[in-house]
Design a protein around this ligand. Structure first.
Ligand SMILES: Nc1ncnc2c1ncn2[C@@H]1O[C@H](COP(=O)(O)OP(=O)(O)OP(=O)(O)O)[C@@H](O)[C@H]1O
Length: 262
């Protein structure tokens, strides 16, 4: 058992959209220094969980504490200590990265000069320093994603929420980013990482949580999940625990429909 206080506590979290119950009682304690790999099929409720923790979705049942604060109590101070890379973002396309990142930095309470210096250095290190003053609308998908990653790190957050952060990011930058996450964890940060890229989740997570149909169906290190399921890869464990065995049959049906003429 852990003796420290958890960084995130979720108790009996339930959420419905209309009559559809999307989260059906999530219970979770996340401790400092953990990288949680939060995985599950499309529509399982991963983004919903993350958005509730960030205060972006309300109207839930249950209790959530982040850094000791019950987030429903209206004290948004905890948000200064968290960073977030959303799955899809409304990034202000007409702004340059300098304008966007200094704006975000100032929202987090950094002064302009500090935010500007930090953002410029990070842009350089992510290999996009040359476009710091270009409009974000002219960036490629991966370049935009890097700006989002940088914006989530500007305030040196204690807790980082990442929702499919690597989409569009090239292999070299993925290597850097994975190292950055390990280094941040060594410095005592906590990371909540939601993704479909099983190889990455398998490698970086200290603890993997699999949700299916709004419920946690597995919770443990990769080694523990492997021992329980007898499967060798996280992908295979994922298939087994979500009851999915039909990929070949479905693929064949898709191709036969694609090839239908009249
Ligand atoms: N604002 C909303 N209104 C109605 N239904 C919603 C809303 N947001 C999410 N849902 C539904 O909640 C369920 C869970 O969605 P969520 O985005 O949390 O899934 P996810 O696990 O993140 O999926 P993915 O892997 O596709 O990103 C889905 O059935 C989705 O249609």
């Amino acid at each position: 058992m852990e003796s420290r206080d958890p960084i995130i506590t979720i108790r009996d979290l339930r959420k419905s959209f209309g009559t559809k119950e999307v989260l059906k009682g999530i219970n979770l304690d996340v401790y400092e220094g953990q990288i949680i790999g939060y995985i599950g099929p499309n529509g399982a409720g991963k983004s919903t969980t993350v958005k509730i923790m960030l205060g972006l979705i309300g109207g839930y049942h249950g209790e959530i504490k982040i850094l000791g604060q019950d987030i429903s109590k209206g004290n948004v101070e905890y948000k200064r200590k968290i960073g977030y890379v959303p799955e899809t973002a409304e990034i202000y396309d007409n702004l340059s990265a300098r304008e966007y990142l200094t704006f975000i930095g100032e929202l987090y309470g950094l002064n302009y000069k500090k935010a500007d210096k930090k953002a410029e250095k990070l842009m350089d290190l992510f290999g996009i320093g040359n476009v710091y003053d270009s409009r974000i609308s002219s960036y490629s998908k991966g370049m935009k994603q890097k700006v989002l990653i940088i914006s989530s790190l500007l305030n040196d957050p204690d807790v980082l929420f990442l929702d499919e952060p690597l989409s569009g990011i090239d292999a070299n930058s993925v290597m850097i980013f994975k190292e950055v996450l390990s280094e941040l964890v060594r410095k005592g940060k906590t990371i909540f990482y939601s993704s479909h890229i099983m190889e990455v989740v398998e490698k970086i997570s200290s603890r993997i949580i699999l949700i299916n149909n709004g419920m946690i169906v597995a919770d443990g290190s990769f080694e523990e999940l492997k021992d329980k399921s007898m499967e060798g890869s996280l992908e295979a464990i994922f298939n087994e625990l979500t009851g999915f065995k039909e990929h070949r049959k479905i693929a064949e049906e898709i191709v036969s429909i694609v090839q239908e003429v009249d």
